[in-house]
Design a protein around this ligand. Structure first.
Ligand SMILES: [Zn+2]
Length: 131
């Protein structure tokens, strides 16, 4: 989503290698938009929240369920297991502020991605403990 928002061609090219899709398919307007990323058009978590008519796992008493346990990307699963209980506890506004702070480089303020060890902008090391 950030690569799309910033129209960051260098980053888009890197992501084509990760996802095996063309550069013009590296675009995302967010999970809840009508134009999510290619792979996220079909998402078991999104389908579940739509069926339950909730905005996200933070509103679900069954979290963490089988869908989370079986989610294919370990880093994403780790992030969900940390962040969803925090979202429940803090409420959306405070949780978003804390997540934005967590995923901003402490040296230059650049937005960081899950799983990174270094800031792509200033190249300083960053520590996203427990994601
Ligand atoms: Zn930085």
């Amino acid at each position: 989503m950030i690569a799309h928002q910033e129209n960051n061609l260098k980053l888009k090219e890197k992501l084509t290698q990760v996802y095996g899709v063309a550069v013009d398919e590296i675009r995302c307007e967010g999970c809840l938009s009508d134009a999510p990323f290619f792979f996220c058009k079909v998402c078991s978590i999104k389908s579940c929240t739509q069926e339950k008519k909730i905005a996200g796992c933070f509103q679900c008493d069954d979290f963490p369920c089988k869908i989370i346990d079986e989610f294919a990307f370990p880093v994403a699963r780790q992030v969900m297991l940390r962040s969803v209980p925090a979202w429940k506890k803090l409420g959306t506004e405070q949780w978003m502020a804390e997540e934005e702070k967590r995923y901003s480089c402490p040296h230059c303020g650049c937005k960081l991605f899950r799983g990174v060890k270094r800031c792509r902008n200033c190249k300083e090391e960053v520590a996203l403990d427990g994601e």
